[in-house]
Each structure stands twice: as structure tokens, then as C-alpha cells.
Design a protein around this ligand. Structure first.
Ligand SMILES: *[C@@H]1O[C@H](CO)[C@@H](O)[C@H](O)[C@H]1NC(C)=O
Ligand SMILES: *[C@@H]1O[C@H](CO)[C@@H](O)[C@H](O)[C@H]1NC(C)=O
Ligand SMILES: *[C@@H]1O[C@H](CO)[C@@H](O)[C@H](O)[C@H]1NC(C)=O
Ligand SMILES: *[C@@H]1O[C@H](CO)[C@@H](O)[C@H](O)[C@H]1NC(C)=O
Ligand SMILES: *[C@@H]1O[C@H](CO)[C@@H](O)[C@H](O)[C@H]1NC(C)=O
Length: 305
């Protein structure tokens, strides 16, 4: 018996440095539909989201569209969190929406049972989360397709999970300098969120912004679930260069890293694992190579599937 316990302990050593922390987190990134698909290019992931997560110590698995619910469930039970990236897929009807919905429902169910599974939504992913939570159209047009903004923090920001470990001077920079890149023509306005009970009771608004006319929600986190969204793009500051309004100052790049670190730390609280090392290695994004697309796209590099 003692020998058995000793062996169990030893076999655990390389993987878990602490009983309740997973230091080998693997995070799924959702692929999305390409509008005019070509052979072998029906969906893609922008490489900046992969680098974002890798920079804070996670590995990435692409979550392909058009898989069966059983395949998604198996993958859900193998990974430690998921990121819904920005882009242009349809949030009410697309392969992106379908896989986002399945993972959202699995995450809600798992979290209710004490299986901590975090979700992050950036830009389109933020809008997708708001739509999944509310189940109704919640977007309004805003003039925010190409602009960097400072964040107007709400009084809730100081008590948030997301910003808890941000240094005070970085919070000040976020509140005063245009360090958050916006490239969206749709937004969830503050008044829509206020007027939509499903959203108001689910999400704590951490920051807002305006396009000069309309105030919209720019950062939110769920009250009772590890679900987070930014309408802006934390990953671009360090990893995208195609637009002149992407901020690259030292503070801007620190924001990329602190956001990534926050979310990867959330994933470290999840203990899902692949059933075998072979299954894990076959799933990792290392099996694919990004392509340089910066000359024709707003993303420097993309993975195509
Ligand atoms: C598509 O992918 C398959 C398998 O990876 C490869 O054999 C084929 O040449 C590819 N086709 C094109 C048009 O790139
Ligand atoms: C998304 O798809 C639905 C259903 O096909 C369609 O009615 C809607 O117009 C689409 N939305 C956008 C923004 O293209
Ligand atoms: C949209 O915002 C930009 C600044 O970000 C401004 O230059 C432009 O005039 C605005 N357009 C409209 C139609 O308000
Ligand atoms: C957050 O806390 C800092 C330091 O305690 C304070 O300076 C700042 O005004 C607070 N921000 C908000 C939005 O309450
Ligand atoms: C939203 O509701 C809160 C309190 O319920 C209020 O303080 C705030 O002004 C409202 N904002 C908008 C834009 O309606």
C-alpha cells in the first residue's frame, strides 16, 4: 500500500507542482469560418491569439469548427480554458457560433459542479459571449472600427478579478492613455446592457468607452463564472503591426502580458487533461504552421485549416 501511494505520488511529480494548480495549462482557441473558402482553407486562427497565450505559459489547441458535439465534449474535458477570438464570423449563425455555444454550455454546466473552466472573449468573442448569455440581438452600431482608446473604468474595476494583479501605475496608464485598440463596428451599449436583465445580472461592467456619441461596454467579467470579455484587443499591442493606431509603447505591451497572465492563471485552476500524451501532442497547434498574411490582411500571421 505504501509502495503504491509512493508510485502514485512520483507519477504526479513532473505534472503538478501544487495540488490545486495546473502548471501545464492548455487553452483552446476557436477557429472561425472563412467567407470565401479555398481548398484547405475553410477556417483560420490569427496567430496573435496563440502568441498571447503562449507568452504567459500556456500551450494552445485549435478548436476546429464543424466537429460533432461528442468531439467537442471530449476536447472540453481535455483542455483548461478557451478563447473566442476577434474576427468577422456571424455570432448568430456560423461554425464559430456553433462551437462557441457548445463550449459555453459545457463551461456553465462544469462550473456549476465546481469544475472551474474559464472562457475569454475578445472583440467578436466578447459580442458572442453577450449574445450567448442574453439569447437576443444586443448589438448597436458604433464608430469604433479603427481607434485606440483609454478605458473609462467603472467603480467595479478595483474589485474585479481581472485587474486585481495589475500594478497601480498600469491601471493609471490604461485610464489615461489610448492603449486599447478597437476594431469593431458593433458594440453592446451601456444602456442595452443595463436594460437586458440576462446581461445585467450576469456581467459586472469593468470599463466603458464612447465613440463620441454612444457609450458602450468595453470590459466585463461574469459575477459567478470565470467568463471574461474585452471589446478591445489586448493581444494586438505586442503582436500585430499592420495598423498605425495599434499602440506599441512599453505600457501597451505590458497590458498584453498582464491580460494574458491573468487568463492563463485562470486556466491553471482547471485540472482537465488529455487521455494520453499522444492525444495531447496530436491536438496541439504545433502541428500547424502560421502563414505570413500581413500584406493582405490585418493579421500578420494566420493558421489555416
Ligand atoms: C490539402 O491538404 C492535403 C493534406 O494535407 C494535401 O495533400 C493537398 O495537397 C492540399 N491541397 C492544396 C490545394 O493545398
Ligand atoms: C447572421 O446570420 C443570420 C442567419 O443566417 C442572418 O439573418 C444575419 O443577417 C447574419 N448577420 C450578419 C451580421 O451577417
Ligand atoms: C469616427 O471617429 C473618428 C475618430 O475615431 C472620426 O475621425 C470620424 O469623424 C468619426 N466618423 C463619424 C461618421 O462620426
Ligand atoms: C481604484 O483604486 C485606486 C487606488 O486605490 C484609486 O486611485 C482609483 O481612483 C480607484 N478607481 C476607481 C475607478 O474607483
Ligand atoms: C445603468 O444602470 C446604473 C444603475 O442601475 C446607472 O448608474 C447607470 O447610469 C446606468 N447607465 C446607463 C447608460 O443607463
Amino acid at each position: 500500500m505504501r509502495l503504491l501511494l509512493f508510485c502514485v505520488f512520483l507519477s504526479c511529480v513532473p505534472f503538478c507542482s501544487s495540488a490545486d494548480r495546473n502548471d501545464r495549462p492548455i487553452i483552446g482557441v476557436l477557429a472561425q469560418d472563412i467567407r470565401s473558402p479555398k481548398p484547405n482553407q475553410s477556417s483560420y486562427i490569427a496567430a496573435s491569439y496563440v502568441k498571447f497565450l503562449e507568452s504567459a505559459g500556456a500551450r494552445v489547441v485549435p478548436v476546429m469548427i464543424d466537429q460533432t458535439p461528442e468531439e467537442y465534449k471530449r476536447l472540453f474535458n481535455s483542455i483548461n480554458g478557451i478563447l473566442y477570438p476577434g474576427g468577422a464570423a456571424n455570432i448568430t449563425s456560423s461554425g464559430y457560433e456553433r462551437s462557441a455555444r457548445i463550449f459555453y454550455e459545457l463551461a456553465i454546466e462544469a462550473n456549476k459542479k465546481g469544475d472551474y473552466f474559464p472562457i475569454w472573449g475578445t472583440c467578436l468573442g466578447f459580442e458572442q459571449l453577450a449574445y450567448l448569455t442574453s439569447g437576443k440581438p444586443i448589438l448597436s452600431r458604433t464608430n469604433t472600427t479603427a481607434v485606440a482608446l483609454h478605458l473609462d473604468f467603472t467603480k467595479e474595476a478595483n474589485s474585479s478579478k481581472m485587474f486585481a494583479e495589475f500594478p497601480a501605475e498600469l491601471m493609471q496608464d490604461l485610464a489615461s492613455e489610448p492603449l486599447t485598440e478597437n476594431s469593431h463596428k458593433w458594440s453592446v451599449t451601456t444602456s442595452t446592457l443595463n436594460a437586458t436583465e440576462e446581461l445585467r445580472t450576469f456581467y459586472k461592467v469593468l470599463s466603458t468607452n464612447t465613440d463620441g456619441q454612444v457609450e458602450f461596454v468595453s470590459t466585463m467579467e461574469a459575477y459567478d463564472y470565470p467568463i471574461y470579455g474585452t471589446q478591445w484587443h489586448p493581444e494586438k499591442n505586442a503582436f500585430e503591426w499592420t495598423k498605425p493606431y495599434i499602440p506599441h509603447s512599453p505600457s501597451a505591451v505590458r497590458i498584453t502580458f498582464y491580460m494574458a497572465q491573468f487568463f492563463v492563471n485562470e486556466a491553471r485552476k482547471n485540472m482537465h487533461t488529455f487521455e494520453s500524451e499522444e492525444e495531447e501532442s496530436k491536438a496541439l497547434i504545433y502541428n500547424y504552421s502560421p502563414v505570413y498574411t500581413g500584406r493582405e490582411s490585418s493579421f500578420e500571421q494566420k493558421y489555416f485549416f
